[in-house]
Design a protein around this ligand. Structure first.
Ligand code: IMP
Ligand code: MG
Length: 191
């Protein structure tokens, strides 16, 4: 396996991200979050989720958290839309007020799939929270209730976002310059 050779052009810095995460947490806490149940989509959202959870604490909330790992398989430049569960929740969501957390909203397939699944499992309410929202044509009619930044259709890495499972450790978010990711920006599997 060869490592990607692209260079990362910084887009959102640590301080900027921290300020946005605090802002999101205040919004979430301010709109009711007494029995908030965070469901984080792995792997991309784990850094954001950890920071958001602590920001929610500062904002006066007492969230619980669980994780779900989802894969989306791509074909060519477009994600095929086949989404599947790799790792399911450990805790029941029935009657819960869920805050579904992901790193980035792109075609919307991942979050749409996860939201439907949570509602089917009996969640009382599911609100969507993403750090990044790509300005692209969604394949699903879905928008985030809370988001950090809008971004253009470039391939981003850092702060949990990866290419080939690399770059997640970067404390900032940047654009991966270099060879285009295999299969296009929304088609790596699993993510
Ligand atoms: P969607 O299902 O097309 O909305 O894709 C959402 C998922 O694709 C996210 O959870 C990310 O893991 C991944 N993704 C989309 N765009 C990027 C990107 O620019 N960099 C890294 N991962 C991305
Ligand atoms: Mg992801």
């Amino acid at each position: 396996m060869t490592a990607p050779t692209g260079r990362v052009r910084p887009l959102f810095g640590e301080t900027e991200i921290a300020a946005r995460v605090d802002r999101i947490a205040r919004d979430v806490a301010g709109r009711g979050g007494d029995d908030l149940f965070m469901v984080a989509i792995l792997k991309g959202s784990f850094v954001f989720t950890a920071d958001l959870m602590r920001a929610l604490h500062r904002a006066g909330a007492r969230p619980r958290v669980d994780f779900m790992q989802i894969s989306s398989y791509g074909a060519g430049m477009e994600s095929s839309g086949r989404v599947g569960v790799i790792r399911d929740l450990a805790d029941p969501v029935e009657g819960r007020d869920v805050l579904l957390v992901d790193d980035i909203l792109d075609s919307g397939r991942t979050l749409s799939f996860a939201r439907d699944r949570l509602l089917q499992a009996g969640a009382r309410r599911v609100r969507l929270c993403v750090l990044l929202s790509k300005r692209v044509r969604r394949a699903r009619r879905i928008e985030a209730d809370f988001f950090g930044f809008r971004c253009s259709d470039e391939f981003l890495v850092g702060y949990g976002l990866d290419h080939a499972n690399l770059y997640r450790e970067l404390p900032f978010i940047g654009v991966l310059d270099g060879p285009p990711p295999e299969g296009g920006g929304s088609a790596s599997a699993p993510r």
